[in-house]
Design a protein around this ligand. Structure first.
Ligand SMILES: NC(=O)N[C@@H](CC(=O)O)C(=O)O
Ligand SMILES: [Zn+2]
Ligand SMILES: [Zn+2]
Length: 420
């Protein structure tokens, strides 16, 4: 059996990790076996589970494909991705799920597909499929215009509760958007329009409706400290994106319409308060909301540009750089990128460097930071909102025992549905 020798784990222990095919066989000292990698105390982490990506197929393959999106994931240390339902057709029927699953079969990393909710969804056929989660359920319109009303949300929560499936929620309350901002045409107008207060109000409603229905609620891309606090107060889990942790309204002068996304960038004070909640354990999950649009599409007025930014390849590198700077512990990085999403979404084989789990692993030299450049990334869209920031990228990424990215090239590998 192959052994990764003397790897530093997130908690600081130096251990050998022995692999048996697709699984981790043992974690210990001086393990027998054939040396596969001398880690020399470089950091070995469980691969990131990115519970929120938009890989765009079927329907929008000019923005991203499962092939390009999953290569980008692998190069960023992500070993499992979960796709969202705002494709064409939207993933709101069993048949649409099957159509997307055929595209997903071309993924280089393991994957899940969530089912969505619209007025013409078909819950009976949808819940027959191996859904990763129900969601993201859009309480306000975003890309794809899948916003739904309160009654349908309640009904959807009941169905999810019956099926034992987690509901993931895009929580913004459009009634609280600030119409005044519509007279402006600068990039910051989007942040003024989709006001910060509109998030916590929607989170509160979502956790109330969810608990009444007996559903387990997870708040997607929580962008404000008030939103995180409301989720915790209501016993919901929450995820936060890298863009809301590493960018704020102050960056919009540079980003222009490329910095438009939902929920939008917030004030620097809110960004700092969000980061504090990441560092101290109040944030459960980091997920990217990787939402690529082409440069041509983004190059429009603030009211016409589509919402969303890519991020699947830069999330772990940005977090590892924050850890290198001492702003975050490696244990927190491990928990929010792997251990917690595995627990919240029920993936017993993923998320930890532990005997019996899948060998989904990332090796990094924690001091080796480099500049993030859109040109170096592997998404189909050749831009990043994090251009010029520092990132610590993986030396290699392994999915179920196969090195799918060796820092230079991708292997041929078939990712599998984590729900099957
Ligand atoms: N976040 C975004 O601004 N856009 C997402 C949709 C979404 O997650 O709301 C997209 O699919 O483009
Ligand atoms: Zn969303
Ligand atoms: Zn999304």
């Amino acid at each position: 059996m192959r052994v990764i020798r003397e790897a530093m784990l997130a908690d600081g222990r130096v251990r050998d990790v022995r692999l048996d095919g697709e699984r981790i066989d043992a974690v210990g000292e001086d393990l027998d076996g054939e040396a596969f990698v001398e880690a020399d105390e470089r950091l070995l982490l469980p691969g990131m589970i990115d519970a929120h990506v938009h890989f765009r197929q079927p329907g929008f393959g000019h923005k991203e494909t499962w092939a390009s999106g999953s290569r980008s994931a692998a190069a960023g240390g992500v070993t499992t991705v979960v796709d969202q339902p705002n494709t064409d057709p939207p993933t709101v029927t069993g048949e649409a799920f099957d159509e997307k699953a055929e595209f997903a079969a071309g993924s280089l990393v393991d994957w899940g597909v969530s089912g969505g909710v619209t007025a013409d969804w078909d819950p009976d056929s949808l819940f027959e499929r191996p859904l990763f989660a129900l969601g993201e359920v859009f309480l306000a319109d975003s890309t794809g215009d899948m916003g739904i009303d309160a009654d349908l949300f309640r009904a959807a929560c009941r169905r999810a509760a019956d099926a034992g499936v987690v509901v993931t929620v895009h929580a913004e309350d459009a009634d609280l958007f600030s119409e005044d901002a519509k007279s402006r045409d600068d990039a910051d107008a989007w942040s003024a329009y989709r006001a910060a207060d509109a998030e916590a109000a929607a989170v509160e409603r979502a956790v109330d409706v969810g608990s009444e229905a007996g559903a387990t609620v997870h708040i997607a891309h929580t962008s404000t400290p008030e939103g995180v606090d409301a989720a915790r107060a209501g016993d919901a889990t929450c995820e936060v994106t890298p863009h809301h942790l590493f960018l704020s309204r102050e960056d919009l002068d540079d980003l222009g319409t490329f910095g438009r996304m939902n929920p939008p960038l917030r004030s620097e004070a809110r960004r700092e308060a969000l980061f504090e909640r990441l560092a101290d354990g109040r944030v459960d999950v980091i997920a990217t909301d990787h939402a690529p649009h082409t440069g041509d599409e983004k190059d429009a007025s603030i009211w016409d540009a589509p919402s969303g930014v890519p991020g699947v390849e830069t999330a772990l590198p940005l977090l590892l750089d924050a850890a290198r700077e001492g702003d975050l512990s490696y244990e927190r990085v491990r928990d929010v990128t792997a251990a917690n999403p595995a627990d919240i979404f029920g993936l017993p084989r993923k998320g930890r460097v532990e005997a019996g789990r899948d060998a989904d692993l990332v090796l990094v030299d924690p001091e080796n930071a480099r500049e993030i450049r859109g040109d170096d990334l592997h998404s189909n869209v050749e831009w990043t909102p994090f251009e010029g920031k520092q990132g610590v990228f993986p030396e290699w990424t392994m999915v179920r025992g196969t090195v799918v990215w060796d820092g230079d090239e991708f292997a041929a590998f078939d990712g599998e549905n984590v729900r099957q």
